[in-house]
Design a protein around this ligand. Structure first.
Ligand code: ADP
Length: 176
């Protein structure tokens, strides 16, 4: 499958409502749940998700990494927990780390044999990454990852949680 066969679709709403194979979670290093989208995903999946995170990842994770669990009570079969960088002015490697999140999450999606995946705007909430800069990295890195041959991914949904973020994604998907 090539990049051209895969649709990248912007969508506004609660990521836990989507019927996709994989939901990506913007987690933190503890992998023990948190606020924002992390909280919504844990509420939707139920307590077994936290239990699986504890047993599978006793030491948590690292920034830029992607860590797979089941989706439990979610519609999604899997959750991929990725850990975005905290925004700290932009010259502390944040952009590379954010790109790692998208790249590693899509690689993990392909490794699972999953065909549809939804990603939130990683780091743009509690972690403070500026929305436009983050969206540009999301669009570029997703496109680049889909150029890898044989990934099998049919649809990538970029989930916005505000009309502003949706408009940013739409603009970059048209112009970048
Ligand atoms: P981070 O710590 O990586 O910044 P947040 O969860 O605070 O993670 O925010 C990441 C993005 O997810 C923000 O754009 C936020 O508006 C969005 N978000 C929060 N809740 C949801 C949800 N239920 N579905 C989709 N996106 C969400």
């Amino acid at each position: 499958m090539s990049e051209l066969d895969t649709s990248i679709r912007p969508w506004e709403g609660d990521i836990t409502a989507l019927n996709v194979d994989v939901i990506v979670n913007a987690a933190n290093k503890s992998l023990r749940g948190g606020g924002g989208v992390d909280g919504a995903i844990h509420r939707g999946a139920g307590p077994a998700l936290l239990e699986e995170c504890r047993t599978r990842y006793p030491d948590g994770g690292f920034t830029g990494g992607a860590f797979v669990t089941a989706g439990h009570r979610l519609n999604a079969k899997w959750v991929i927990h990725t850990i975005g960088p905290h925004w700290d002015g932009g010259d502390r490697g944040e952009s590379d780390l954010l790109a790692d999140c998208y790249r590693n999450s899509l690689q993990a999606t392909a490794d699972l044999g999953a065909r549809t995946v939804a990603l939130p705007a990683i780091s743009t909430g509690i972690f403070g990454y500026p929305a436009e800069e983050a969206a540009l990295i999301a669009v570029h890195t997703v496109r680049e990852s889909l150029r890898e041959p044989g990934h099998g991914i049919e649809e990538v949904v970029l989930v916005a949680f505000s009309s502003r973020m949706l408009a940013i994604y739409q603009r970059f998907l048209e112009t970048e």
